[in-house]
Design a protein around this ligand. Structure first.
Ligand SMILES: C[S@@+](CC[C@H](N)C(=O)[O-])C[C@H]1O[C@@H](n2cnc3c(N)ncnc32)[C@H](O)[C@@H]1O
Length: 208
């Protein structure tokens, strides 16, 4: 079991700490990658949306998007940012392992910046991949971004760029494939892409 939950970790570190881990340039490049995959007509879920780093600008672009995250301080910050930008966005506190949406609600679900790897058991990861699949409409697409590691497994005392980070379940392309297989997902693609200037494992899930 992890020593600390994501909500505890992020509540004690706060929004400023997390936001300083991404430059505007990186977020801009990441947004360009995401936008290149989206369709203007889609209903989108930003899963583990944090403080709305992607939710707010994509809503500002006119996309129909909502966000959910387990850390209440981030949802409060996202609500404040949406208000300041005069955007009416549905944002809620919730757990990606048990999504509060009916089957087939979204055309697209994005789960970015290693949030998926903060699920520290393979059982939770397969269950969450299944939840993403469940809430996708037929024809919909899920997008999961995780770090690309040389070996897989849980790292409790995680350090990134010399700074303390959330415990993370590291993945290789092969171990991510095993998660998809465990979730019973057949239509998926796992690539190593340049995302925000870094190589990341990008998992795309399609629901027929
Ligand atoms: C590194 S942040 C990324 C936030 C956002 N996706 C982004 O790209 O800016 C990881 C996020 O995952 C959220 N998270 C971790 N476990 C979660 C869970 N079980 N359900 C929902 N959100 C979770 C954390 O609260 C945190 O906001």
């Amino acid at each position: 079991m992890p020593d600390i939950t994501p909500a505890e970790f992020y509540s004690s570190h706060g929004t400023k700490w997390l936001s300083e881990r991404k430059t505007e340039e990186m977020t801009g490049m990441e947004l360009a990658y995401i936008r290149s995959l989206l369709d203007r007509r889609w209903k989108i879920l930003d899963l583990a949306c944090g403080y709305g780093r992607f939710t707010i600008p994509l809503a500002g672009d006119g996309y129909c998007i909502e966000g959910i995250d387990i850390t209440p301080v981030f949802i409060k910050e996202a609500e404040d940012r949406a208000k300041r930008s005069h955007l009416d966005i549905r944002l809620q506190v919730g757990d990606m392992r048990h999504l509060p949406y009916a089957d087939g609600t979204f055309d697209c679900v994005i789960c970015m910046w290693n949030a998926f790897s903060e699920l520290t058991s393979l059982q939770d990861q397969a269950g969450t991949a299944g939840e993403i699949y469940r809430v996708l409409k037929s024809g919909g697409m899920g997008l999961i971004e995780v770090r690309n590691h040389r070996s897989s497994g849980l790292v409790q005392d995680n350090m990134i760029d010399g700074d303390v980070a959330m415990p993370s379940y590291n993945h290789t392309r092969g171990s991510m494939k095993n998660v998809m297989v465990s979730a019973g997902i057949r239509d998926y693609d796992i690539s190593i892409d340049n995302f925000g200037g870094r190589n990341r494992l990008m998992v795309k899930i399609w629901k027929k």
